[in-house]
Design a protein around this ligand. Structure first.
Ligand code: UDP
Length: 372
């Protein structure tokens, strides 16, 4: 039986490489991978670390591409791949344009679709935009829904999606554990951070990532000003692997500029990012994946968004939604830096998102479906 796993961005690659590995270990299943390269550079970093060589590479990235052009190119490109490959099942992950178009192109050919990380919902179609609608479109198409948590399964049930729903945990925790083991065995995998660790020794590090469309413009400017105020403290340093999107880079260049306490660096490959999470005192982010990883490493996460489709971290007290208002960001970070009790309450290792075995469960369920 032939499975085609389709993905295009960094977070999809991180969350799917453990699934590809698990599927490859099942006798009777032939696993093929198709990357759309919706985010070329960031995707390739993960492929290299995971030792994954895609079977098909659509290389669809175009500078400044609009959502409709991207969607059209993905749909046609993936459709052609499906006609050539004729898989028995397609697997997509999450909420990207690649996931949505992969599911739709498979549906047009009546190929069954499995959705990894199904059931995440913010309830607001513009937050995150366009991801909330991308993932909602996949739900009625898929016949297998791998929900990371009970909350996600309940969200599917509210949309009358009840069959084929399996609560598996989030595969990001599998990726995190696998990578951490590799770093422990071979610290050179993340040794690129040695100079920064030495430079900021004795300071508490705030790890910042930001790239959400909802924060482009005023939100990004407010985040830049907040980072400058945080970095003005001598006991603090900011480590900021910057997303290459021009909406992020140009604002940071203009407003934040260079600062002795800020290391604004290129996006880190996955082992370096996991080490950065371990080095930091807290994470300040608008990313989805970081909300899942930081609690697993007992790092508080302040989420610069108004809504989250990952309420489990907030419910567990390890994540807090703070929006992107400058004063609010500064005061929430300072509270965590100065109030030991608040920090201790948030910095508990807690793993509402999985136990590191989600991919094995997914592979077993997919294999059972084929009687393998
Ligand atoms: N990440 C990484 N290098 C970085 C920043 C993030 O490898 O410099 C990883 C991070 O560990 C997480 C994922 O990228 O697993 C999150 O991706 P992103 O924030 O781009 O997307 P989102 O999770 O918001 O969809």
């Amino acid at each position: 039986m032939k499975i085609l796993v389709i993905f295009g961005t960094r977070p999809e690659a991180i969350k799917l490489f453990p699934v590809v590995r698990a599927l490859a270990g099942v006798p009777g299943l032939a696993v093929r991978t198709c990357v759309t390269a919706q985010h070329r550079g960031l995707l390739d970093q993960v492929l290299a670390i995971a030792g994954l060589v895609p079977d098909i590479d659509l290389d669809i990235m175009e500078p400044g591409q609009t959502l409709d052009r991207l969607t059209a190119r993905l749909l046609v490109g993936i459709g052609d791949v499906l006609d050539a490959e004729r898989p028995d099942r397609v697997i997509v992950q999450g909420d990207t344009a690649t996931a949505m178009c992969g599911a739709l192109a498979a549906y047009y050919r009546k190929i069954p679709v499995a959705h990894v990380e199904a059931g995440l919902r913010s309830g607001n179609i513009y937050h995150p935009w366009p991801e909330e609608v991308n993932r909602r479109i996949v739900a009625p198409i898929a016949d297998l829904h791998f929900a990371p948590t009970e909350t996600a399964a309940q969200a599917l049930a509210r949309e009358n999606v009840r069959e084929g729903v399996h609560v598996t945990g989030n595969t990001v925790i599998d990726a995190l554990y696998w990578t951490r083991e590799r770093i422990d065995a071979d610290p050179t995998l993340a040794a690129g951070l040695d100079p920064i660790a030495a430079r900021f020794a004795g300071k508490r590090i705030v790890l910042v990532t930001t790239h959400r469309r909802e924060n482009f413009g005023d939100g990004m400017a407010a985040i830049a000003r907040a980072i400058a105020r945080i970095a003005a403290r001598e006991d603090v340093a900011v480590l900021f692997p910057m997303h290459p999107n021009p909406n992020v880079v140009s604002v940071m260049d203009t407003i934040l500029g260079d600062h002795a306490n800020v290391a604004r660096i290129k996006p880190l490959d996955y082992p370096h990012f996991i080490r950065a999470l371990g080095l930091c005192h807290l994470a300040l982010t608008d990313s989805g994946g970081v909300q899942e990883e930081a609690p697993a490493l007992a790092r508080p996460v302040l989420v610069m968004r108004d809504t989250t489709e990952r309420p489990e971290g907030v419910a567990a007290g390890t994540a807090k939604l703070i929006g992107s208002d400058e004063d609010r960001i500064v005061s929430e970070v300072f509270t965590l830096l100065d109030d030991k009790a608040t920090y201790a309450a948030m910095a508990r290792a807690h793993n509402p998102f999985g136990d590191g075995h989600a991919s094995e469960r997914i592979a077993r369920i997919v294999a059972d479906g084929f009687g393998c």
